[in-house]
Each structure stands twice: as C-alpha cells, then as structure tokens.
Design a protein around this ligand. Structure first.
Ligand code: ZN
Ligand code: ZN
Length: 444
C-alpha cells in the first residue's frame, strides 16, 4: 500500500494532526520534521482528491471531506466550499486522536523549560518526556492496527523537538550519557521539572588535628534528631572533615547538600598528613558549576584553618566515587607512637624491623569494630617498618603497608587476634599513643 493509501485509512478512522500523521513515516526522508511530513502527505492527498472530484467522482468528495475534518486540511475545506459542498458539522474533530493537539503547546513548554533553567549553570542537558500511560497505550495500539513500520514514537518526537530548541536557544549541548541537568517535561499536564545532577570535586585532604571524624557522625542516642545527650545537635562531634569542606562548597555552588567520599578513613584520633587523602565531594543540586577551584580551595583552607587543609581540587565525575571506594588496596604509610609496658632496647627495635618488614599479618576483625563489621580474618602485607627509640619505654614506628591493615592492632596484638604484632614479637605489652596517616599511594 502506498503512503497516501495508508494515511487515508488512518484519517478515515481518526483525526490526526500533522505531527502525529507524519510521525508514522518518520524513518522515510531525512532532514525534515514530522509535521512537515504530515502536511505534505495531506496536501498530496488533497490534490489527488481534488482531481477525482473534478471528474465528478463521489469518492473524491468523500476523501476531501475526511481531509477537511479528520485531517484539519484548510485546502480541502476551501475546495469543498468552492464546489458548494457541505462539510458535515457532526464530524468536526476537536482534537488529534493521538496527541490531543499537545504539539501546539510545545512552544510554551520550551519557554517554561528555558525559564526554569535560567537559575542554573550547566553545559550539558537531556530532555526526558513523561506521558500518561493511556496516551502511550493508545499510540501502541494505533501502530499495531495500521502496521506502522517506519514510525517514531511520540515520546521521542517531543524529546527531540524540545531538546533541539533548548540547544538552539541557549547554546548548550544535549548529552545522553552524563547530562548535568535533565529537563523533565510532561506535554499533557504542561509541567516542567528539573533533575539537577550533582557536581563532583576531587582533591586531597589533610587532617591536622585529632578528634575530628571524617564524616558527620550521628548521635547514637537520638540518631540525628537531637537530644539532651548531644546537646540537641544530633551529632557525636561538633564538626567533621566532611562538614569543614562542605560548608564552602555549598556556599560556592548553592547546592542543597554535600557528601564526602574518600579512599578509606583515618580513625578519629589519627591525623592525616603527608600529601593528604584522596577524596571527592559531591554537591547535590548545584546552581553554580563554573567554579574557580583555586578560590574554593583558599576559602576552604581559610574556613578550616588549623584543622583541615585541601589541595589539588579538580572537577570530577561520578566514576571517581567507585574508584575511591575500590582503592582499599592502595598502599598506606603510617606513623605511630608506641608506649611499652617494660623497657625497650635498641636491639628490640631492630628485631621488630626484621620481623615486620615483608611480613604477612593475619588479622581477625578488631574487637573495637566487631559491632559494625563482620568477624573475618584478613591477610595484609607490610612492605617496610622503621623504628626509632624516643625514651626508655617509648618509640616511634613508620610503616608502609597494604591498605586495610589495622595499625593499632598491629601494635597491641588485639588479644591474639592480630599476629604477628609488636607486643607478641617482643613479649612486651605495647600500645599506640598517637597515630598519623602519612601517605596514601593510589595506583592509577
Ligand atoms: Zn497529534
Ligand atoms: Zn542525640
């Protein structure tokens, strides 16, 4: 069957606007829009019907009447008027069977979307279309009834047109993989909403003081609601590395919430020194993305002065979050001050260096974290250990090891759950006084 014949069968049964008729043949011809296709098909049909009508064919008049009503064709209408033929009033369609004339509202939708987007900085976007289920079902059945095989669906057409117009108007790029903003449009309700994707900034942080957790630690009593025990803050500690970095990021971006992801975490009582720990901080629903990262770095470092220091800030994307989480195996360098129960000799320290360098340590989950971690045995490798005597019963130890080694337990032995350990090797009870993370060596 020819395009004109199929189209006529469609229009005979249903009123269709130019977009919806043309869309059924969207894969035929390139570089034209569906409404132009629909208009061309209707015009060609009108001319053919006019020819028939001039040869006194009733069939010609019938086709013209259908084109004038179900096809919304002004040309067919004026031909009928000239031929003094009546257009049946009762058949006058109100709206397109498929889209209910919603393509007429597309300019308003685009204006509304552009207005909403005005409050945001972005480079890339994507348009998502929400349609009532009934509308999609109706189109699905329609396509099945008429065996449509060169068509596009309505969702696609709305998305394509709106996306193209937005890109034209504000010079932004449509991005199907990682759009910064998704414009959600519902042509039937006329609603537009924005899904603003997070902004990620990566860098390194140092924690210069002890006693600050990495992320906000909710009060164990009230779980964040606020109670007497936490002085109505909902938190166990007044500030965290996350909050100290987040404050400025939220001020710069106008985001609603910030979360920190890092390659592991130091204990609250450990400092993070050296080059710092790799992290990425995520700002949710940012209004501004075109940040001067040097300025942001300065602002964070001024705000968190003496506590936290960030460096090497860079724009990142979501994939870095997983990369950081998978970096458990990264090598880590620690510095720990140890106090012994009994006196130590220089020889003891050499023994420790010998026995712990290139050692494989077996660790059962430490007693202190058993309440939140499964009881497993882990094997972690130590690359090097260096010790220095500080006084009769005190020494400092520098250790380079596989990530995930519990250093405090390596010192104490954790009641035999970690072996070998400093206590075990010297048969002299040892405890860590201060712990610092010196370096985290990421493999790229
Ligand atoms: Zn339509
Ligand atoms: Zn509380």
């Amino acid at each position: 069957m020819s395009i004109l014949e199929i189209s006529f069968r469609m229009l005979e049964q249903h009123p269709l606007c130019d977009h919806c008729l043309g869309r059924q043949f969207a894969l035929l011809g390139h570089g034209i829009e569906n409404d132009e296709r629909g208009k061309a098909i209707k015009l060609a049909s009108t001319l053919a019907a006019h020819q028939l009508a001039l040869s006194k064919s009733n069939e010609g008049i019938r086709i013209l009447k259908i084109l004038a009503t179900n096809g919304f064709s002004k040309t067919a209408k004026s031909i009928l008027q000239k031929m003094k033929k009546r257009i049946p009033r009762k058949n006058l369609p109100n709206a397109c069977f498929l889209c209910k004339n919603k393509f007429e509202g597309i300019t308003d939708l685009i204006e509304k979307a552009l207005q909403k987007l005005e409050g945001y900085e972005f480079n890339s976007f994507l348009v998502g279309i929400e349609l009532p289920v009934l509308v999609e079902e109706r189109e699905y059945e329609f396509k099945a009834d008429f065996n449509v095989s060169y068509g596009e669906n309505m969702r696609n057409e709305f998305g394509r047109i709106i996306g193209k117009k937005i890109a034209e108007r504000n010079g932004k790029t449509a991005d199907y993989q990682k759009p910064e903003i998704v414009v959600l449009a519902n042509p039937f309700s006329g609603e537009i909403s924005l899904q603003v994707n997070p902004l990620y900034v990566s860098g390194y942080y140092k924690k210069l003081v002890r006693g600050i957790p990495q992320s906000k630690w909710f009060c164990s009593n009230c779980r964040g609601k606020g109670c007497e025990k936490c002085n109505w803050t909902g938190k166990m500690y007044p500030e965290s590395v996350e909050e100290l970095i987040a404050k400025q990021l939220l001020d710069f971006t106008g985001g609603v919430k910030a979360s920190l992801h890092a390659s592991g975490r130091e204990d609250i009582d450990a400092r993070m020194l050296g080059k710092g720990r790799p992290f990425v901080i995520e700002a949710a629903k940012p209004q501004k993305r075109f940040l001067d990262l040097k300025k942001l770095e300065d602002a964070i470092n001024t705000y968190a002065k003496g506590k936290v220091e960030v460096s090497n800030l860079q724009f990142a994307d979501k994939s870095i979050v997983r990369k950081l989480k998978n970096s458990e195996r990264a090598r880590k360098e620690y510095h720990v001050f140890i106090e012994f129960e009994n006196k130590i000799s220089t020889r003891d320290l050499r023994t420790l260096e010998e026995k712990l360098t290139n050692a494989l340590v077996k660790q059962k989950t430490p007693v202190r974290v058993l309440h939140r971690r499964a009881d497993l045995t882990r094997e972690k490798y130590i690359y090097t250990v260096k010790l220095k005597k500080l006084s009769l019963k005190k020494a400092e130890m520098k250790i380079l090891c596989q990530g995930g080694l519990y250093v405090k337990e390596l010192v104490t032995g954790d009641e035999g759950r970690t072996t070998p350990s400093v206590s075990e090797i010297l048969k002299n009870k040892a405890k860590p006084i201060k712990l610092d993370v010196l370096n985290i060596i990421m493999e790229d």
